[in-house]
Design a protein. Structure first.
Length: 213
């Protein structure tokens, strides 16, 4: 909507810092009269396009308001509140997400990546695991996302975004709180790298053992 209003060169009437036009007087110059006429026409065009983009319910709610700035501010408040609610709901779903054996790993990780993608669209920062110390490997994983807990154990289940491998480990250090916006959210391969301290057996999944040092 803002793109359209900008293309029509009427978006300026929504600026909260836009100074009001002076009161009409008998001594108004032609320049002042022309500026007032243009402002009124631009406000009318802006208001019309905003109302035209609304649903019937919102149209009925705002149609009596003559000031496009008031309509725009009310809509911003409404959708900002809705966004905050969506942020909280999706964030809660993300942190409560757990893996289970009744579904395939690929399907569950796909569900997780959808949540991550939605949170990314909402500009919600997601905690990253920047260092993963594997008990049987010297390799550190710099781009892992927490995806839940291993069933019947205290191990973390993690998705390595670089290799698309599901990893289980008890020895995890959470360092940074910012999600890497450049991460590739492609579907992971159904592989599982298992910490030697965690006993786990999964049917229909190829297990990739760690390289020992």
């Amino acid at each position: 909507m803002m793109f359209l209003l900008t293309a029509l060169k009427v978006q300026y009437v929504l600026d909260p810092n836009l100074p009001p036009l002076p009161e009409i007087t008998d001594n108004d110059s032609e320049e002042t009269k022309a500026a007032r006429k243009k402002r009124e026409e631009d406000e009318l065009v802006c208001r019309g396009h905003i109302l035209n983009a609304l649903s019937d319910r919102l149209y009925d709610l705002f149609t009596l308001s003559k000031c496009p700035k008031e309509i725009w501010k009310a809509l911003e408040n409404k959708y900002n509140n809705e966004k905050q609610g969506a942020d909280k709901f999706l964030t809660l779903k993300y942190f409560e997400f757990t893996m289970n054996d009744s579904e395939s790993v690929l399907d569950q990780v796909h569900q997780l990546l959808i949540l991550v993608s939605k949170l990314k669209d909402l500009k919600v920062e997601i905690g990253m695991i920047t260092e993963l110390h594997m008990a049987t490997s010297s390799k550190n994983f710099d781009s892992c996302v927490f995806v839940g807990y291993a069933k019947n154990s205290k191990a973390y289940r993690l998705l390595d975004l670089e290799s698309n491998v599901i990893i289980e480990s008890r020895d995890v250090e959470f360092i940074e709180d910012k999600f890497n916006s450049d991460s590739d959210f492609s579907a992971p391969t159904i592989s599982l790298e298992i910490d030697s301290n965690v006993g786990s057996s999964r049917e229909n999944e190829s297990v990739v053992p760690n390289n020992t040092t």
